[in-house]
Design a protein. Structure first.
Length: 278
């Protein structure tokens, strides 16, 4: 194995030093795991809700409403139009009377629907009553609506959970404040790097930094054969208190050492021992 190359960002010893609160590394790891869970779940629920809305079978109420809407639309022409259509119908009936037998009946049958349409009205109450008598099976639509409401409820709760979780993001940072510099970049560069608008809040920037922290640690952990910190230092080489904290954080993140059968691994950095004077 070779030494871990000093890469940019989280892979350098200064990647998150002075940015995150070193005394809260366990809490930060737990915070990031929950942030990742919520960030992943919300888009999935959005897709589920959209799919349920797009594939919803029509309910009996929707079918009846559509029928009533169409039957309620104004279909009668104004007087001039009505007289014009009546004149055409009268001409057809006059023509039919110049025939006998089947030809007369055929011509009148063809002209009758248009004539009835001019002077007939739709009994909407009767339509409602008759539709109810059909007893159409509505179980699939009812079940689908229940699934949709459940998915919408889960989405609303998840979005609220993310909002509540986000409110405490600055607690992961040193002195509970967003750093003025991150990876050598000032705030304006941070906004550009994270694709955020100039109006982004400290909370929005903080969430981006912590999401990046999670990605970086997962990436560097996969490069080493033993548990390491986010910048590649072997946790076993740390002092007792730091070793305990980083071990808990490593476990909380669900990290695993890299697999040598799948990728090239690197020797981790080793934290220098304090000089005891001996």
């Amino acid at each position: 194995m070779t030494h871990l190359d000093p890469l940019r960002g989280a892979y350098t010893a200064s990647g998150y030093d002075g940015v995150l609160d070193p005394k809260r590394i366990v809490e930060t790891a737990e915070y990031v795991v929950e942030l990742e869970r919520l960030t992943t779940a919300i888009p999935r629920l959005h897709r589920e809700v959209k799919n349920l809305r797009d594939t919803a079978p029509p309910s009996n109420d929707q079918i009846l409403a559509a029928m009533l809407e169409k039957c309620s639309e104004a279909t009668q022409p104004d007087e001039a139009g009505r007289l014009a259509q009546l004149r055409a119908s009268a001409d057809r009936f006059a023509y039919s009377l110049t025939h006998v037998g089947y030809p007369r009946a055929s011509i009148q049958a063809e002209a009758t629907p248009a004539l009835k349409g001019l002077y007939s009205t739709v009994n909407l109450e009767q339509l409602r009553s008759d539709f109810a008598k059909l007893n159409r099976d509505d179980s699939k639509a009812i079940e689908h609506v229940a699934k949709l409401k459940d998915a919408e409820s889960q989405l609303a709760k998840m979005e609220q959970s993310l909002a509540d979780h986000s409110a405490f993001v600055l607690g992961c940072f040193k002195d509970c404040c967003l750093p003025l510099m991150f990876r050598g970049s000032p705030r304006a560069a941070m906004l550009s790097d994270f694709g955020l608008p100039g109006t982004a809040t400290d909370i929005e920037i903080g969430l981006c930094i912590l999401r990046q922290f999670g990605k970086d640690w997962r990436a560097v952990a996969a490069c080493c054969p033993v548990p390491v910190s986010t910048h590649g230092t072997a946790i076993s080489s740390m002092s007792s208190d730091r070793r305990k904290a980083w071990t808990k954080a490593y476990v909380a993140m669900g990290l695993q050492p890299g697999d040598p059968t799948k990728r090239k691994l690197y020797a981790p950095r080793v934290e220098p021992k304090a000089d005891t004077g001996r």
